[in-house]
Design a protein around this ligand. Structure first.
Ligand code: FAD
Ligand code: SF4
Ligand code: SF4
Length: 397
């Protein structure tokens, strides 16, 4: 049972201090609630405390000498899985929505914090507390924009709910864990997804316009394991753009500063993580971090086919070469980018090695970003595991 600390009434904040993380704020929503009172301890960009919160959530922090822990965080089990009957319109096969529906209908939780979109804009996030399977289904598919999920925390308390499931990305979950004991809950389940390269709504527009041939009809997109961005359009067609053909120069300032400073790609503090990057193409990647995560997975197990995780290839050269290419904003002509994509897909990293490739590429880029833009934060803000990962590479000044 989650222990409960009494909530202290928020003190008035000074004008302008509503988002103390300033430009690094990822709009997680905490500061829209009276829990803003705890922001200096809770915000992922002010007080990095992944190891301490791992200990609190999982009973131990990650073992930096264990290669899987180092990269993927505390874990009891990893697997590849997919729904035998995928949910139409889900981001992948809908494992996240299915687990949430089972948790609700079985009565294990009374509500599910998830993100729908507004009626006017399919990419504008609208956090809700879902109380029916239909409301959970209405939140399926990624809103690839910063989402203030924690803005509904006040409603949770006002509703009197005692058993809650929260679905969210790393920065939201770090702040949630930091205030968990003040929420008055008896049981909190946390179902996370990995997350990287998120954007504001305006940034998303620029990304779509720079990269897709038909930005207005994109329903969803994903950076896939075949080294291409897959855009799914309204008419069901899929447009593929190779990573190496992206207009890096134009896109450098598209990602939110929070996401260029983020080192919690794998959502270290969730009980259960459902992504795709450690699994073969078409499958989802599951990381069970603790018993509560296993309990959630068990709820949907009969709807899944599974296979063991695999790992193939060697990412290191590709990561090392991508560092100066990104720095110089190199964009290949489309024919060369496509060719390179085909070659890399044949011989490149697969399964867990692809996940390591993606983690290494993002951590090296983000380390350089923090070093250049917030040198005073580098030492404390970058967790020890990320420093170890980055230290495998030669970085420019
Ligand atoms: P669905 O059943 O479609 O459910 C999706 C759930 O995501 C919904 O419950 C919804 O509430 C929640 N959600 C949607 N948008 C947001 C948001 N902005 N913030 C918080 N929660 C949200 N996986 C990887 O392996 N590698 C990645 O690089 C990666 N990047 C991601 C980036 C973003 C911004 C997001 C939101 C997810 C990312 N994922 C990544 C996770 C992956 O894309 C899928 O979301 C995951 O595999 C679940 O798929 P599903 O079909 O089971 O989800
Ligand atoms: Fe507040 Fe969240 Fe922004 Fe931090 S990231 S300043 S906790 S809204
Ligand atoms: Fe939050 Fe990190 Fe995702 Fe940005 S990349 S939204 S900071 S978890």
């Amino acid at each position: 049972m989650t222990s409960v600390l009494p909530h202290q009434k928020a003190k008035a904040l000074k004008p302008g201090s509503r988002r103390p993380a300033k430009e690094l704020c990822s709009e997680c929503g905490l500061c829209d609630t009276y829990y803003v009172h705890y922001v200096k301890e809770a915000c992922a960009f002010i007080h990095q405390q992944v190891a301490e919160l791992e200990e609190q959530a999982h009973g131990r922090s990650r073992n930096l000498e264990n290669p899987d822990d180092l990269y993927f965080g505390v874990n009891q089990k990893m697997m590849a899985a997919r729904k035998t009957q995928p949910i139409e319109g889900a981001q992948w096969t809908g494992i996240v929505s299915s687990i949430a529906i089972e948790m609700l209908t079985s009565g294990k939780v009374e509500g599910v914090v998830c993100v729908q979109n507004t009626a006017e804009d399919r990419f504008q996030p609208m956090p809700v507390i879902a109380r029916t399977p239909e409301e959970i289904l209405a939140a399926r598919v990624n809103k690839p924009t910063l989402s203030p999920n924690l803005s509904i925390l006040e409603q949770v308390q006002q509703s009197g709910m005692k058993r809650l499931l929260v679905i969210g990305v790393g920065c939201q979950i770090q702040a949630l864990r930091a205030v968990e004991q003040r929420l008055g809950l008896e049981k909190l389940y946390v179902l996370g997804t990995p997350c990287v390269d998120n954007v504001t709504r305006a940034g998303l527009q620029k990304f779509l316009e720079t990269t897709s041939k038909s930005p207005d009809t994109v329903v969803h997109y994903e950076f896939m394991q075949d080294f291409q961005v897959h855009f799914k359009h309204q008419d069901g067609s899929v447009e593929k753009v190779p990573f190496f053909g992206l207009n890096t120069k134009e896109l450098k300032d598209v990602f939110a500063p929070s996401c260029l400073s983020c080192f919690d790609y794998v959502n270290s503090l969730a009980d259960l993580v459902v992504g795709y990057m450690g699994a073969p193409f078409g499958w989802q990647w599951i990381v069970v971090r603790n018993d509560r995560g296993q309990e959630m997975l068990d709820m949907a197990m009969s709807q899944l086919e599974t296979q063991p995780v695999m790992s193939k290839g060697d990412r290191k050269n590709a990561v090392q070469q991508s560092i100066p290419a990104y720095e110089k904003g190199v964009t290949l002509p489309m024919w060369a980018a496509k060719l390179m994509g085909v070659v890399i897909e044949k011989v490149g990293p697969k399964g867990l090695e692809y996940a390591r490739f993606s983690i290494d590429s993002h951590f090296t880029r983000n380390y350089l970003y923090v070093k250049r833009h917030h040198p005073e934060k580098l030492e404390h803000h970058v967790p020890e595991y990320a420093k170890r990962i980055v230290s495998q590479y030669r970085l420019p000044e």
